[in-house]
Design a protein. Sequence first.
Length: 164
Amino acid sequence: MPAHSLMLLFAGVETTQNLIVNTVHALLSRDLWPAPAAGAVEEGARLAPPVLGVLRRATRDVVLGGVSVPAGAELVVMTAEANRDPARFPDPDRFDVARRPNPHLSFGLGRHYCPGAELSRLTARAALAALLDAFPRLTLAEPDPPWRDHDPIVHAPTRLLVTA
């Protein structure tokens, strides 16, 4: 049990930090600052998620998009792409803090749903609300920040320079 708790702690810290910075970047780069924290965090999770995909193993032979996938094959399911599906999300490339419903897959689904999803949401909303209160006129000081490039799944800037 302690190993599982440590995994949750470390997995949740980095992803929540990245959710916050990705959401701030998304808002600032679209001139949407300030915005309601709750809607901004959900839309940030959908449109600028900290994790672009998840590793899954096929439990049986299946055909996906015309491609045969044998049982036991490992796949990377790109949930970030599913979050932009125009059949599921009207105007999927628009950052819409009022989007309702917002059934994104950034926290997983079913038995693979993130056990820390609600804590991550709560933390990100509190952090964003505090930033909005303290810095109502926040702007990007660097329009195109550098992004992590050593991990194809984790998505976040390596820095986000802002002015208040």
